[in-house]
Design a protein around this ligand. Sequence first.
Ligand code: PLP
Length: 371
Amino acid sequence: MEKIYFDYNASTPLAPEVVEVMKPLLTDFYGNPSALHWAGVSVKELLHTARKQVAQLLHCSSNEIIFTSGGSEANNTALKGYFFKNRQKGNHIITSKIEHPAIINPCRFLEKVGGKVTYVGVDEFGRVSVDEIEKAITDETILITIMHANNETGTLQPIEEIGELAKKNGIAFHSDASQSIGKVDVNVEDSNLDMLTIAGHKLYAPKGIGALYVKDGIELEPLIHGAGHEFGLRAGTENTLLAVGLGKACELAMAQLKKNNIGDLTDHFWRRLQEEFGEDVMLNGHPDERLPNTLNVNFVGRVGQEILSAIPVLAASTGSACHAGSVELSPVLKEMGVSEHVGMGAIRFSLGRDSTKEEIDRVVDLIKVAY
Ligand SMILES: Cc1ncc(COP(=O)(O)O)c(C=O)c1O
């Protein structure tokens, strides 16, 4: 039976165009981009193009993009880098309780070295309250970091309002946009963002590459000290192969955003599940303010992982973490107030460019059999 991949929030395949653009870097374009001779200059040009392509997607300048090894490194650079460089201004950071571990754990680390962190909660749809963030601001607050879209539910946060609030209070604003880039339009200027994280493998670029937007004028301490690569913010000869792939992926994402009908497919999926399962299915996340590709559904009274195990051709995720054989309710759903009875039945389906209506209909049929 043909396999079905509905786990694009976990990782995406490489776009064929991305593979093509990377090929010459495996053979002919081997120079060090810092070298001044022909071999270096040609690679430097490719890197420059890639940086420009990433910047265009975010609506910023290419000198505001630094390449990293992925979303986790970009988040660590933003949080630790900003904290260590700006510590004399204050030691307080505001974030949310539903961030990815790549934000929560750097925050926990900073708490061990003199930082104070407020973790704001979310409502039943997984959205933070801007008022609650405002109330958490103190004279010591230097940074607000709130993810743009949640990886499990797809719920989008009101980053424009949070950006306004941060700007009004002279506080830097970072957003982990690993899940939203390429799925919805993101404009760092309109959202008053000072820093923003991208993860390549969520948008049809390779794994092991990402980027951090750092607004002109924002100062960071690098995580990796060395030579002056990436505007002095990340030492080490650039991963030109993967950066060029990310650049192309960003160019493709821009074109895709304009002709994207993935939201219609997700709506069709949700309609079909409601038709077949009625009140036995519940949506996790905001009904409208959600990534167009993400459908997180509770199969009430069931265990999501058991349903998935019964459908081996389907790649999808549960929101729950498996520890030593036991399945636990996802901390994100827990924060949203979803009960264990309901939330243990959660399955996250995340669609992508190659997903089809036929696949969705087949998955609904397979779930009916497995149910
Ligand atoms: C919201 C979010 N942030 C950060 C990351 C980490 O990205 P990477 O795997 O590129 O380090 C992920 C990946 O799962 C994510 O979903």
